[in-house]
Write a protein that binds this ligand. Structure first.
Ligand SMILES: [Zn+2]
Length: 498
């Protein structure tokens, strides 16, 4: 970037500074301009607008690892810091991505490299990347890590300088051409590039924006329709929708990615999915439905819950179970597949050589406990669901628990510790107390014979593999309970459509 450009930008900043004073309550803490110089180089300039509200005034540091992706700090170079009079401030590099300055700085400028999508597929949905004419910019790894003094979110005004013809899409509030007001840097994502197809899906009083890139085996409208169906299902399940409009970005993995490979993450109101096609269209559609069921539920939990700490066993394990049940409920998944998934989870859990509780496992998610959180978390959600259904003769289920958690802890409520908030709601049901004691706080082997029997489900073990199946002749009570899990869903649906 030339010096002249820099000057124009900073005078715009000064102007912004003056106008900021008139509405302090919504004031931004920082301001930044992000310029895409080339697919592997981004130039970032910025300023601290409200130094008084920030901690660590002499630290200039960046996200160094995220979700198992390491060395993010190594992408940062050419760091240049200055004070309010634009006088250079000396700094010392402590490690990659961490700098200590002599004194307080106001203006900053540096260069960073987005991930190369082709080189690191597993990083694709999780950190900023650009490949060809598509990119995803995530402020959490692009901008310095500032911490507000009062523990509040760091607000920012962000302006983008994009290659000619590139578009930008975001759930953040627009504030002029390619500019946005961001209320939480950590959660903000911007999709940039060209040639994506977009649909605005209105459901009730909320909007969902869906973007698709690349040629797929299925049609765009099949994907849009799926997203709507799932979103509306969860809106009914939770009894309300998140305040912020959500967006879904479905990108295609590089052509050398193997069949069926995919990466996905839901951050704030943004769902990013990268996938390769499966061998056949029906499989690709089924896979997309599975991805959307799992990611869309995250818009509610954990993303719209004001809960802190590592309670991944709940928002991953219980989410996985509910998304499985949703698949059966909307008739996209057979009941046999539902049972097969639970069987596999049970086999995985039984084979764990060292058992830890779900609470402990959630603290170590990226250090090898990931599978356990999903597998055991899903099994425990199933056990909770069947315990509630059995005791209430089919009147209560896990749906009621989800609805209660969302109404008591959604974003407008005070911040609470996730583990204690969820556990106290689960423990308020007498029938769930043993589930919490044995399997969430404790590390006992899953013993589900009694529950399965009540539902007329049989479990067999063969070569260390669990196999669940519905009895040949379940009695009426068992049939009623099975129906609550979706056993006869396909029949009900076909009768209704007659
Ligand atoms: Zn998830």
């Amino acid at each position: 970037m030339s010096k002249e450009n820099k000057l124009i930008f900073f005078s715009a900043l000064v102007l912004a500074l003056i106008t900021q004073f008139s509405y302090k309550s919504q004031a931004q803490t920082i301001e930044a301009k992000i310029k895409i110089v080339s697919p592997n180089l981004i130039d970032v300039q910025g300023a601290i607008l409200d130094a008084g509200s920030l901690q660590n005034e002499r630290n200039f540091s960046f996200l160094t690892s995220y979700a198992g992706i390491e060395n993010l700090g190594a992408r940062i170079s050419d760091v240049d810091l200055s004070d309010e009079n634009k006088r250079k401030i000396e700094h010392k590099k402590l490690i990659d991505g961490e700098y200590l300055t002599e004194k307080r700085f106001k203006f900053w400028n540096y260069k960073t490299k987005p991930e190369d999508a082709a080189a690191n597929i597993s990083a694709l949905a999780r950190v900023s990347s650009i490949s060809g004419e598509q990119g995803i910019l995530m402020l959490d790894d692009l901008l310095p890590q500032f911490k507000a003094r009062n523990g509040e979110k760091v607000r920012a005004k962000i302006t983008f300088d994009l290659p000619a013809d590139w578009k930008i899409a975001s759930a953040e509030k627009p504030a002029g051409e390619n500019s946005f007001e961001v209320d939480d840097i950590e959660k903000a994502i911007f999709y940039i590039g060209k040639n994506w197809r977009q649909r605005e899906i209105s459901t009730g009083n909320s909007k969902l924006y869906f973007m698709i890139t690349g040629e797929r085996q299925f049609s765009d409208s099949e994907a849009f329709q799926m997203a709507r169906e799932i979103y509306e299902f969860y809106a009914r399940l939770f009894g309300a929708v998140p305040n912020k409009n959500a967006q879904i970005y479905l990108g295609k993995l590089p052509s050398d990615a193997r069949f069926g490979r995919w990466e996905a993450e839901t951050r704030g109101a943004n769902i990013t999915i990268f996938s390769a096609d499966m061998a056949f269209k029906t499989q690709s559609l089924q896979r997309l439905h599975e991805q959307l069921r799992h990611e869309i539920i995250h818009l509610w939990m954990p993303n719209d819950l004001n809960l802190s700490g590592n309670y991944d066993w709940f928002y991953e394990g219980f989410a996985l179970y509910q998304s499985l049940k949703t698949g059966v409920a909307v008739n996209r998944l057979r009941f046999e597949d539902f049972l097969d998934t639970l069987s596999r989870a049970h086999s995985v859990d039984s084979l764990q050589s060292r058992k830890t509780s779900l609470i402990e496992a959630s603290k170590n998610r990226w250090n090898g406990a990931n599978t356990q959180i999903y597998a055991r978390g899903m099994l425990v959600a199933f056990l909770a669901d069947v315990a509630l259904l059995r005791r209430s003769k089919g009147k209560n289920s896990l749906s009621g628990v989800f609805r209660r958690i969302y109404s008591e802890h959604r974003a407008s409520n005070p911040r609470r510790d996730g583990n204690s908030a969820i556990l106290s709601i689960l423990e308020s049901s007498e029938e769930l107390r043993p589930v919490v004691e044995k399997y969430i706080k404790g590390a006992e082997n899953i013993n589900w014979q009694t529950e399965l029997e009540a539902f007329g489900i049989e479990s067999a073990e063969e070569n260390f593999q669990t196999k669940l199946k519905v009895k040949a002749k379940p009695n009426n009570r068992q049939k009623d309970l099975l129906d609550k899990l979706g056993y006869n869903n396909w029949r009900k649906l076909s009768e209704n459509s007659r």
